[in-house]
Ligand binder design. Sequence first.
Ligand code: FRU
Length: 481
Amino acid sequence: MDRDQHLRQAAYKEIEKHQLLVEQDPYRLHYHIMPLVGLLNDPNGFVQWKGTYHLFYQWMPFETGHGAKFWGHYQSKDLVNWKHEGIALTPAEWFEKNGCYSGSALVHEGQLYVFYTGNVKDEEGNRESYQCLAVSEDGVHFDKKGPVVQLPRGYTAHFRDPKVWEQNGAYFMVIGAQTDDWKGAVVLFTSSNLVDWKHVGIIAGGGKGPLEAFGYMFECPDLFHLDGQDVLVFSPQGLEPDGMKYHNVYQAGYVTGIFEAEKTSYKHGEFYELDHGFDFYAPQTTRDEKGRRILFGWMSVPDQGEQDHPTIQHQWLHNMTLPRELKLVNGKLYQSPVAELRDLREGDAIEREVSINQETRWVKGVEGKALELELKEINLKAGWLAISFGGSGRIVYSRNDQVFTMERESYVDGVVEKRQTEVKELHDLQIFLDTSSIEVFINGGEYVFTSRFYPSPNNESIQFRASQTVSFHLKKWKLRR
Ligand code: FRU
């Protein structure tokens, strides 16, 4: 048996061995993408091809920790019902022996091309990084072509996560990098045939321009055209907290600007965080066949209490966010759950005109652990409105302070922790709750808070409170598995 087959068999055995344990976890998610066993991190190779959405993911089948990553694979016709397709890539070859790290997919001449980082480490922990190509006829089985990009001068071996696209008949690749003097950077390559790549240089960061003092490493870049601008999404490491910003261990956000393909130049503005919750990192987008720009994020942050999640007792860790459609409105990215997610709704909505006052309030029929809540026409002229979930997660909007807060009981030490951002006015909320995750979309996706949290499994309560009378139109749907 060769190494690839050996790794595949060992991983499938792991799934079999722990399937029951994973399924019995009360914190197992009902409608989010999660690993069958082990640890899942970044979304990879997200693409729609001949009608089918393919979502690959960073996967460690053997433990709930990081290590020599595989690419796992899910497929879907509708972004709602996902089928596990098994293993796409195993870290079997010399150029990827310590992990088939993150990357992207592109349809070319009837085949699926995936570009990923081959991570290699020696006994002393010295790293090598190769950008590799694998090609597939059916989207399931991959033929590895090996490295197509070697590490250029000027960067450390923290050089990874190629995102490839076609524009005006040419091919482009952005890579997350660290310069020799330890600055985070996004590096551009070009190609005419997807095999021979030319190093152009740094297009964002590198200790210059609007991102002058901006951390020591950028991961998972993604550059795309949207609503008249070119948006560069990436995940910087090494930012210090700044007011309400940057409180997670690492960040994920974007800049907007103009990418001139002919001149291979990118002029951009300042950085904005994509999400204001506790758990969001390494997002990746694709343009689907309807022309929508859709994003998946990883619902976690590296090195942020990862080993303290209670799900590791059930031999699994982490999940994806819901798929979100992106729009650019007045230079800001809006994210809204894709319309297809309405298919998750089970039965009719509970619908009410609600008025909340100083007394703690339950709204009849509004409870549960896998549900969608919609609050529209929120009438909150002063004071605050709070909604708590399962007694251990809470959102609060203070009209007086113009601040939106998400709180949770930390799964590390039980202490209440919070994340915040400025929100001038609260018009509407769309909330997705899924046993141990929450995604809150504010004002049609202008702001998003994404977090894991762990209410006690039989506490399905949802409580509303306000400092003075607040009214809104409420809808609640139970969501299916
Ligand atoms: C981001 C990341 C990527 C890397 C991958 C490894 O979470 O660190 O930079 O390719 O995860 O799993």
